[in-house]
Design a protein around this ligand. Structure first.
Ligand code: ZN
Length: 149
């Protein structure tokens, strides 16, 4: 009986993690399309660290279809992305030391992945944050909401 119950609980957990990613650890799979698999990320302010891994499962190299994961206030996205175009791939399409960038991964291409870790203490619960890709031309569609609870 116990065994059946815990099996059922595990199934429920798996279902929950499919519908929304919530907690401290996030894995984001990108490919050769201009798409993030999730529209919203909900992180807990009680997390010791928020960990984000981006993995490129497509076939195209980062020079033509690179993606990264950048966190900022929603109002800063466009300005960060515009400055990022000039910064180039060597700087992951982000202006070096841009203080508006709260966290970011490297640009990844086919078969590559990158992980970052940052403290939720650097963020304010309730603030309007978003995540986006700063590869030129991607930010308008590769964007989602980041909520710190
Ligand atoms: Zn992208």
């Amino acid at each position: 009986m116990l065994r059946i119950t815990s099996f059922f609980a595990a199934g429920l957990l798996a279902l929950t993690s499919l519908s929304a990613q919530s907690a401290c650890d996030f894995t984001i799979e990108v490919n050769d399309t201009l798409k993030f698999p999730i529209k919203e990320m909900v992180a807990e302010s009680t997390c010791e660290a928020i960990n984000v891994t981006i993995t490129h499962t497509g076939k195209m190299p980062k020079t033509t279809m690179g993606h990264n994961w950048v966190l900022s206030k929603t109002q800063d996205i466009q300005a960060i992305a515009m400055d990022g175009v000039n910064a180039g791939l060597d700087n992951n399409y982000l202006k070096p030391d841009d203080t508006r960038v709260l966290a970011h991964t490297k640009i990844v291409g086919s078969g590559e992945s990158d992980s970052i870790s940052f403290s939720p203490g650097s963020l304010t619960p309730g603030e309007d944050y978003s995540f986006f890709c700063s590869f030129p031309g991607h930010w308008a569609v590769m964007v989602g909401k980041f909520v710190l609870k």
